[in-house]
Design a protein around this ligand. Structure first.
Ligand code: NAG
Ligand code: NAG
Ligand code: NAG
Ligand code: NAG
Ligand code: NAG
Ligand code: NAG
Ligand code: NAG
Ligand code: NAG
Length: 442
């Protein structure tokens, strides 16, 4: 091509206008329909020369109408206030839709799975079956006893087996306060855990990023008197209404800008960081039992099961992420500035810890065991970790093809993590509760 026609070809295309479209649902933390990352660090399919021989997954339940806390704290008060306001929405700029908007949630549906959620769980089952088409259908999968985790598992089984649901048994593990680490909900019997960790930090930043939004919306709608909690409720409704009705006017780019969405996302990141992430030393201790039990299951020669799937609540996946050392803001910095990387008065845009990537409905963490004969690497067994189908190379454990970790290195990595995070009773401040997960061993 001649230089000048080359230039012409380029100038004819608006090369500076990006085709990227901001999607609020990918910045909604734990309130988002399932999505896989557009640009995972590594390819999702096995590295060249490798076959997956076994895999173990931990999966959050599918989309629900709302959780109790969000409903009681943000959604119900906002809906009531909207029902009882004298504000004329038709005279506003960005809030006209509120004249006709009706709430998608009522008391009765709180914590229940939505139809969209059930479909997504089914479709995850079908796509996982496709991914591991050469592996045996598992005899059993596991869930905690809550209705939303058990029903998510059943929908997943329907998708996986194409409705031959008797091919797989679901084993429900009680959400007991006495089970210690031997359950899919280890935070429930951990005295040192509190669901309110992180709320101070997140509401401190919430106050900052909502201030200009409140001023802007109050200027449009003089008699409503928007508060920080109203704004939080509106951001949350984008996700919840979408997983209930399929779409939501609260997701509109004319209502909240992408910068404002990043503020909402960051308040959530702060909350999860201090609640179940690196902000608290307890977090990896809560995640380690699943990691350890899964590795044992992948290596158990006495078991014929090749695939392991367990369904739990949103508290657990971030603790597993921390137990594995992934999404660590401090990684490769040569320091361990835990809280310094997550200031609560300003956004660290370059953080690794992004709850939206870790916590959508049906978020899943998988450990794959592979048999490899790959150019440039020794023949043998390798392991890798995937977050929502995107491989996440382990820090200091990635000597294999495609960022995977060799058998020997992987087992010493897991042992090291166990030495650091294996003492459930001590970290939780409890006595003599089971400190490991044994559900896969039976
Ligand atoms: C409805 O609004 C009126 C006037 O603003 C107020 O006095 C009343 O307490 C409100 N009722 C409820 C149930 O919030
Ligand atoms: C609200 O509904 C009424 C009646 O269906 C319609 O005339 C009006 O245009 C709607 N307003 C908005 C903002 O959608
Ligand atoms: C499921 O459990 C039942 C009762 O324990 C058993 O009879 C059946 O064989 C199991 N099915 C599979 C696929 O393991
Ligand atoms: C607006 O809401 C705030 C916070 O709830 C409250 O303190 C204030 O009195 C309200 N202002 C008006 C004019 O209703
Ligand atoms: C980080 O902040 C949390 C919550 O304030 C605190 O419990 C924890 O000790 C802090 N971690 C470090 C390493 O300072
Ligand atoms: C996070 O990274 C820092 C820096 O490498 C490291 O010191 C720390 O142990 C890591 N945290 C966890 C829980 O792996
Ligand atoms: C992977 O599977 C293919 C097809 O079954 C087989 O030809 C190949 O030898 C396997 N490779 C390894 C390393 O097991
Ligand atoms: C980890 O697994 C090993 C062997 O499978 C077991 O002996 C150990 O108790 C487990 N530790 C924890 C903390 O789960």
């Amino acid at each position: 091509m001649q230089l000048w026609s080359f230039l012409l070809a380029f100038t004819a295309i608006p090369i500076l206008a990006s085709s990227y479209q901001f999607n609020p649902l990918e910045h909604s933390a734990g309130i988002a329909p399932y999505f896989t990352p557009h640009d995972p660090p590594l390819q999702s399919s096995p590295p060249q020369g490798c076959n997956v021989t076994r895999a173990a997954y931990l999966i959050r339940h599918a989309a629900i109408y709302a959780n109790d806390f969000d409903y009681e704290t943000y959604l119900e008060p906002l809906v009531k206030k909207l029902q009882n306001t004298s504000q004329d929405w038709s005279s506003t700029k960005t809030l006209k839709f509120l004249s006709n908007w009706t709430a998608p949630i009522d008391e009765e549906h709180v914590e229940k799975l939505t139809r969209v959620g059930l479909q997504e769980a089914r479709s995850l089952g079908a796509s996982v079956r496709q991914r591991y088409r050469d592996l045996k259908t598992p005899q059993r999968i596991w869930s905690s006893t809550a209705e939303r985790t058990a029903k998510s598992a059943q929908a997943f089984i329907s998708g996986f087996t194409n409705d031959h649901t008797t091919l797989i048994n679901l084993t429900q593990i009680e959400e007991s306060k006495k089970a210690g680490a031997d359950s899919l909900t280890p935070y429930k019997s951990c005295k040192a855990y509190s669901s309110s960790y992180g709320s101070d930090q997140s509401s401190a930043f919430g106050k900052i990023y909502t201030k200009p939004i409140i001023a802007r919306l109050n200027a449009e709608a003089h008699s409503f008197n928007f508060t920080q909690d109203d704004i939080t409720g509106m951001f949350e409704l984008c996700g919840y209404e979408t997983v209930i009705r399929g779409s939501s006017p609260f997701c509109s780019p004319t209502l909240f800008s992408s910068d404002e969405w990043l503020g909402f996302e960051y308040t959530n990141d702060l909350m999860y960081f201090h609640n179940t992430g690196y902000g608290r030393d307890l977090s990896p201790v809560l995640g380690f039992p699943w990691v350890n039990a899964s590795v044992a299951a992948l290596d158990d020669k006495t078991s014929s099961q090749e695939l392991y799937f367990s369904f739990t609540h949103r508290e657990v996946p971030p603790t597993v992420i921390a137990a594995l050392g992934l999404y660590n803001n401090s990684a490769y910095t040569g320091a361990n500035k835990v809280n310094g990387t997550m200031p609560d008065d300003t956004i660290n845009y370059n953080r690794a810890w992004k709850s939206s990537e870790i916590l959508p409905f049906l978020t899943n963490i998988g450990i794959e065991k592979m048999s490899c004969q790959s150019y440039g690497y020794g023949e043998g067994e390798y392991y890798r970790v995937l977050n929502n189908a995107g491989p996440q190379p382990l820090v200091g454990c990635r000597d294999g093809p495609g960022g995977s970790c060799s058998n020997k290195k992987f087992h010493s990595f897991i042992k090291e993590r166990g030495d650091l995070f294996g003492d459930y009773n001590k970290a939780c401040g409890v006595n003599d509760l089971p400190s490991s997960l044994s559900i896969y061993a039976a």
